[in-house]
Design a binder for this molecule. Structure first.
Ligand code: V47
Ligand code: SF4
Length: 366
């Protein structure tokens, strides 16, 4: 049996490890030390220790599909490969009927969740989006609707001239079940100005999620990494999430998103290595001691790398997706038309040494 005591590790890392074994929270400085100075093998061991305390030997997945209503957007994020201007031959802007057609195409297929996200549309207000949710729920009441990133929500609430709380309560009454984690990017304000200058502020992103949690709407949180940020920026990002989670408990999952370089203006930055991805999963698992799940989003990382991430603290592999998202294929992910059946998902999870558990959107066993 591999034991940490068999490893040659320095005093600083050993004292952080002792805190982790005692289930004590590590502080931002200790988080940064893990990023910069801890061997990957030791990090894997520590992250696995934490993941087993929180999630045992289980790895979760679900049966889901995505709807990306439009790639028109009022913003111009420098890392985005997805947005197209109105009239561009590659732009799309689906109306309610077209979106419902996609929902109907899953009739008779065993899916439990629809994930709806896309550009921040210049014209679509809260009632336009609420009506869409109502129509989806009317057609298939049991489908969990996880919809609209905080960026889309901020935009539609602003167009409608109402408060965040009223907007979220209205959408909840229309059938909104949870909120995806997109748009968090990196919270450091200076960096955010550089990579997505006009976008919803970090404070607003956090306020929208905090308000959603207070209305009983759970959500996820992402972090875009592997661009201009330092390890301190990643720790700052996760500290803001950890503090919010201490107040509300409303985050289900944290999803690290690796910057992909194809077809966007930041291409010259390049992409970080797989080793860096694994390091990031591990530190996230250890640092975010109050967020129950760490998701390895396979359309972004590729399915085999997602399997590898399970050895570094990740316990959720998202879902079947059914070839319905384009955000990552447009940015250069190896998954061009992402779709996995449950047999393959289970094979990947078992190959990594874990027990697959099909979940619903709230992580209840199905
Ligand atoms: O917010 C855009 C990211 C996000 C690039 O909640 C990019 O379960 C890397 O939030 N390279 C949208 N990332 C996707 C998202 C998401 C994905 C999976 C699961 C969940 C969930 C949420 O995609 C955006 C942005 O951070 N993104 N362009 C790019 N070139
Ligand atoms: Fe718009 Fe999202 Fe692309 Fe930014 S990342 S330009 S908010 S679609």
């Amino acid at each position: 049996m591999f034991k940490l005591s068999d490893q040659i590790i320095d005093k600083e890392i050993r004292s952080i490890a002792e805190k982790i074994f005692a289930a004590s929270r590590i502080n931002p400085e200790e988080g940064a030390i893990l990023y910069s100075s801890c061997d990957l093998s030791v990090l894997a061991y520590l992250a696995d220790f934490v993941r087993r305390r929180i999630n045992g030997n289980f790895v979760f997945f679900n049966r889901n599909f995505h709807i990306e209503p439009t790639n028109r957007c009022v913003y111009n994020c420098r890392f985005c490969s997805y947005k197209r201007p109105e009239g561009d031959p590659e732009s799309w802007d689906h109306n309610h009927d077209q979106i419902l057609e996609t929902v109907r195409s899953f009739d008779g297929i065993d899916v439990t969740e629809v994930h709806i996200t896309g550009g921040a549309h210049p014209l679509h207000d809260i009632s336009y989006n609420g009506e869409l949710i109502k129509k989806i729920k009317k057609h298939r009441p049991s489908l969990h609707v996880k919809a609209y990133s905080a960026i889309e929500l901020d935009n539609m609430i602003r167009i409608s001239g109402i408060s965040i709380k009223n907007g979220l309560e209205y959408l909840k009454n229309c059938g909104l079940d949870s909120i995806p984690g997109g748009g968090a990017e990196i919270f450091d304000e200076i960096l955010r100005k550089k990579i997505c200058p006009e976008k919803t502020s970090s404070d607003m992103w956090l306020q929208i999620h905090e308000t959603a949690h207070s209305c009983g709407i759970p959500s996820n949180a992402t972090m875009l990494y592997g661009h201009l940020e330092t390890y301190e920026h990643r720790i700052d990002h996760m500290t803001r999430l950890r503090e919010l989670q201490d107040r509300t408990g409303g985050f289900n999952a944290f999803i690290p998103l690796k910057y992909r370089k194809a077809n966007n203006p930041m291409e010259e930055i390049g992409e970080v290595s797989l080793m860096e991805d694994l390091r990031n999963y591990a530190v996230a698992r250890i640092y975010l001691d109050n967020i129950p799940h760490i998701k390895a989003y396979w359309p972004m990382s590729g399915r085999e790398n997602a399997g590898l991430s399970l050895l570094f603290g990740a316990d959720d592999i998202d879902g079947t997706i059914e070839g319905t998202t384009r955000i990552y294929s447009m940015a250069g992910s190896p998954e061009m038309n992402p779709s996995m059946n449950t047999e393959e998902i289970c094979r990947i999870i078992r190959e990594a040494g874990f027990e697959p558990v099909e979940r619903d959107s709230l992580y209840r066993k199905r």
